[in-house]
Each structure stands twice: as structure tokens, then as C-alpha cells.
Design a protein around this ligand. Structure first.
Ligand code: SF4
Length: 343
């Protein structure tokens, strides 16, 4: 028996070719895309615009995959965390973050992560595998299906499990589907990376014009290497040079994320060096007090130290915000995702 095709695995051209091979028009193919990506159907039988005969013939050759919800946790601050299992049994986490005027979904791009950043739980278990484009997009479809019709995901951030630029081809395909199939504006999508310098150019030339965030976290190579081993391969200067080549439209800025860790990167000298490094960049700086992870001896700085750090940046006309931690009580904050149930 022929293996059935997972329709979510197909690109736009592949869907057109698949439908055309059954003698169906582009119009029918576009209807199929519409039902999968904006009506969130998980079974061909739900496509009521297709006749019963057409549905049966499609079901003989294909199916629509879905993520299986294994766990759903709600924080006291409204953040929600979803643990999904994939078709091969691997698990990933996705976080929904409500804010005043936006509803942001933080998606994973890999099962685990190979980068071992010291402040991150995900890196502790290593990399199991890359996610396929459809598995990335499915996080949006599945969560959106669950929260409709009251709420609509307005923003997507690639800040969940994994390093998106280590899986850049699937991520780029996912980005196109998010923009053109689901209809989320590219301006409302942000990809955060540790700074895989050679791939930043590829993202710029092949992906929709999304927002770029760099997980910087230090102002010297010595400190950055201590908390981010990737810095040995791509030191600060290399990362910042790559950022300079990232095309930005007028009024668009790169975001630099800076996780503040007590006694490691939170001194006044660090803040002054940060100003020096970034002063010629059209950028904003997100200061993120470290979120606790199990077994770590690192801590966030005190409020006073955080304030002092921010003040030094602001006094030098940098745009710097302290990002409030969300979902800490369900281990859904930055650096806390790990892809298996929290006991
Ligand atoms: S911060 Fe990102 S790149 Fe670093 S270990 Fe965690 S998931 Fe990987």
C-alpha cells in the first residue's frame, strides 16, 4: 500500500502539484491551503467545501497531521504553556503570552538544543533533532484552534526550544507559511538567535523581512564564552559585523537581548561597554533578569543593580527596557523550556 502524504508537509508548489496530479485545479489547491491554515482542520473530512467524493479520494492518498497535546499549564499571570508530542514521539514546548494589546506565541524550532547556554534549561538535554517547517507552523495552528474564536495570535517569536538559525531552511519555509498561509504580518514576527553569523545573511536574503533579535548577554568575549560556548566560534565582533549587514528598513531596529546575571555581566562597566558596542546600531536592548533554572548556581541581580544597568544605557540615549518575566511559575519563561512534563 502506498504511504499516505501528509498535506502539512507540502510547500505551496507541492500542494498545487499534488492536487493537479488528481486532475484538480489550482483553485481547489488554494481552498485546501485555506482550510488547513486558516480554518485549522485536522481531518480532510472537515473540509465541507469539498464534495464527499473528493474528500474520500483525497483521504485515500493523504492525511493532515496534528500535534498531540500532552500537557497544558496556566500561569497566574495568564501565560500558557503547551507540551506537544510529535508524530515520532518527541516532545516540544510552546508558550502563549498575553499582553495588553497583543497575544504572542513563542514557538520552538528544534527538539532540544545543541548550544548549551549556561542560563538555559533547553540546552542541558542536547539536541534530538530539527523540527520540520510544518511542525513549527503546527504549533501556531494547534494553539490558535484551541483559543478561537475569542482570541487571535497576533505575534510570533522564535524564542522557544532550539536555535532557529541552526535549522534555517525549515525555519525559512515556516516563516513563509506563517506570513502567506496564516496571514500574520512579517512585522509581528521576531526570530531570536545566539548569532550564527554566516547564516544571518541567508535569513536576510531568503526569509520574509521579519525582526531579528540577537541574544548577546555579554560585552567581552571572555564573559560571553563563559555563558555561551557558541562565542568561541562566533565571537562578538563577528556577530556584530553580521548584524551590520542585516538590511533594515527606516525606523526598524535590531533587538539585542541581554540576560542579566548577578556578578557575571551586570556591572556598571558591562553597561558602559554595552553602550560602546551598540551605540552606532539602530537597535533596542531588552534587559532580561535571569530566570531560575533547576540546579543552577546563577541568580538574577537585585532590583537596584538592574535599575543601575538600565540607567547607564538610557543616559547614553540607548533604548533599553527591562522585560518582565512571564510564566515563571510554570517554567515557561525565557530559558526554562525543556520539552518534557514538569512534575
Ligand atoms: S538559549 Fe537558545 S541557543 Fe542557548 S541553549 Fe537555550 S535554546 Fe539553545
Amino acid at each position: 500500500m502506498l504511504k499516505k502524504i501528509n498535506l502539512k508537509e507540502l510547500t505551496k508548489d507541492e500542494i498545487h502539484a499534488f492536487m493537479s496530479s488528481s486532475g484538480l485545479s489550482r483553485f481547489r489547491a488554494d481552498q485546501l491551503i485555506h482550510w488547513i491554515y486558516t480554518k485549522y482542520v485536522s481531518d480532510i473530512n472537515e473540509i465541507t467545501e469539498f464534495s464527499k467524493g473528493l474528500r474520500n479520494s483525497l483521504r485515500n492518498r493523504s492525511y493532515i497531521s496534528g500535534l498531540k497535546l500532552e500537557q497544558h499549564l496556566k500561569s497566574t499571570d495568564g501565560t500558557q504553556k503547551f507540551l506537544f508530542s510529535l508524530e515520532d514521539g518527541h516532545t516540544i514546548e510552546t508558550v502563549l503570552i498575553p499582553d495588553d494589546d497583543r497575544l504572542t506565541l513563542c514557538v520552538s524550532s528544534q527538539v532540544g538544543c545543541a548550544f548549551s547556554c549556561a542560563f538555559c534549561q533547553t540546552g542541558k538535554s542536547g539536541l534530538s533533532r530539527n523540527l520540520k517547517a510544518y511542525e513549527i507552523v503546527d504549533q501556531i495552528l494547534t494553539v490558535q484552534k484551541g483559543i478561537q474564536p475569542q482570541d487571535t495570535i497576533s505575534n510570533v517569536v522564535f524564542m522557544g526550544m532550539g536555535e532557529p538559525l541552526a535549522n534555517v531552511h525549515e525555519v525559512i519555509e515556516a516563516l513563509w507559511r506563517i506570513v502567506s498561509f496564516i496571514g500574520i504580518s512579517k512585522r509581528r514576527i521576531t526570530l531570536s538567535t545566539v548569532g550564527i553569523a554566516p547564516v544571518i545573511g541567508l535569513l536576510a536574503s531568503h526569509a520574509p523581512e521579519i525582526n531579528l533579535a540577537i541574544s548577546l548577554n555579554a560585552t567581552t568575549d571572555a564573559i560571553r564564552q563563559k555563558i555561551m560556548p557558541v562565542n568561541r566560534r562566533y565571537p562578538l565582533k563577528t556577530v556584530l559585523d553580521a548584524c551590520r549587514t542585516f538590511p533594515l528598513r527606516p525606523r526598524r531596529r535590531i533587538t539585542f537581548e541581554y540576560i542579566l546575571i548577578e556578578g557575571i555581566n551586570d556591572s556598571a562597566d558591562d553597561a558602559r561597554r554595552l553602550v560602546k558596542l551598540l551605540k552606532h546600531f539602530p537597535c533596542k536592548i531588552n534587559l532580561i533578569p535571569l530566570n531560575p533554572i533547576a540546579g543552577s548556581i546563577m541568580h538574577p541581580p537585585s532590583e537596584i543593580i538592574i535599575q543601575r544597568f538600565q540607567n547607564i544605557l538610557v543616559q547614553k540615549q540607548m533604548t533599553a527596557m527591562v522585560r518582565k518575566s512571564k510564566g515563571q511559575d510554570i517554567n515557561a519563561s525565557c530559558g526554562q523550556l525543556r520539552g518534557h512534563p514538569v512534575s
